[in-house]
Design a protein around this ligand. Structure first.
Ligand code: NAP
Length: 295
């Protein structure tokens, strides 16, 4: 059996179209969602990521207030800018692109963001709310994974999901979302990491595997049950002399072999990747609605 490919680009296009029409409805009420974007330094990957976010905002009608700061920016200056954005009613979401230069305390900056504008969902207040099942801004990549499953018709209720990776930005939050007593949750979750004994023993029992290890080929075909759903969050560069840029992107799953066993699988690129920015747009629109008393 060859798996059906989950087209993350198309799902992202669909959600962005829904958001665009919501933004148009808000505009009729005189509401324009605003995202404050802060980039410190010249990291090329961060620059291209921030540009993609700004473009995506423009495409659906979100106003983006962009601040590109020099690498030598002092922590106090950055905190002062965050504070200005916290107070600015035109800004509904604040995004500080990570990583920050080494002289800046990343967690101090993330803590300074008003939790009501924390559209990345990294503030401990939002993390805590998510864990106890209260309404919160959900972190974008794991929320994107949940949406991909939902929109591909995968019901997680009663399923055994094995998550590979326990980072704060992917593994832990996605596992938490999946155990919530609500639609898109109700799964039985096993969370694996580098200290897990015999990863394959666990993954072979999974109805759904979510790979977020950051290592190519962490999940190979012998580790996958026939008919399992496989979501690959990983983005890894591997050398490839046939490409002009000298590398290609692969996930954490041995895609070619695993797709012969899985029932559904996400590709890399074009799977989870396009969902991350989309869920950031979603959170920004949600924030604008909440700020204006619209639920
Ligand atoms: P991370 O912080 O490096 O965490 C990786 C996790 O995987 C750790 O918990 C680690 O275990 C575990 N791990 C690593 N190798 C393993 C192995 N062989 N077996 C079992 N567990 C293993 O990475 P991350 O930030 O969560 O990101 C994960 C991947 O997703 C990366 O490739 C990243 O580029 C990608 N990503 C993609 C998006 C997107 O938009 N598509 C967004 C975010 C991240 P320990 O805790 O024991 O070290």
């Amino acid at each position: 059996m060859s798996a059906k490919i989950i087209d993350g680009k198309q799902v992202a296009v669909d959600i962005r179209a829904e958001l665009k029409s919501e933004v148009a409805k808000l505009a009729e009420k005189g509401i324009v969602p605003g995202l404050g974007v802060i980039l410190v330094g010249e990291d090329p990957a961060s620059k291209s990521y921030v540009s993609a976010k700004e473009r995506a905002c423009g495409e659906i009608g979100i106003f983006s207030d962009d601040h590109r700061l020099p690498v030598e920016t002092k922590q106090e200056e950055l905190l002062a800018l965050v504070e200005r954005m916290n107070k600015d009613p035109k800004i509904n979401g604040i995004l500080v692109q990570l990583p920050l230069p080494k002289h800046i305390d990343e967690s101090a900056v993330l803590l300074a963001i008003d939790p009501d504008k924390d559209v990345d969902g990294f503030h401990p207040m939002n993390v805590g709310k998510m864990v106890v099942g209260e309404k919160a801004f959900l972190p974008c990549t794991p929320h994107g994974v949940i949406q991909l499953l939902k929109r591909s018709g995968v019901n997680t209720c009663g399923k055994h999901v094995v998550v590979v990776g326990r980072s704060n930005i992917v593994g832990k939050p996605v596992a938490n979302m999946l155990i919530q007593k609500q639609e898109g949750g109700n799964a039985t979750v096993t969370l694996c990491h580098t200290r897990t004994k015999d990863l394959g023993y666990h993954t072979r029992q999974a109805d759904i595997i979510i790979a977020a290890s950051g290592c190519p080929n962490t999940v190979t075909a012998d580790m996958v049950k026939e008919g399992a759903v496989v979501i690959d969050v990983g983005v890894n560069r591997v050398e490839d002399a046939t490409r002009e840029r000298g590398y290609r992107l692969v996930g954490d799953v041995d895609f070619e072999a695993v797709k012969e066993k899985a029932s559904l699988i996400t590709p890399v690129p074009g799977g989870v990747g396009p969902m991350t920015i989309t869920m950031l747009l979603y959170n920004t629109v949600e924030s604008a609605k909440r700020a204006n008393g619209i639920d």
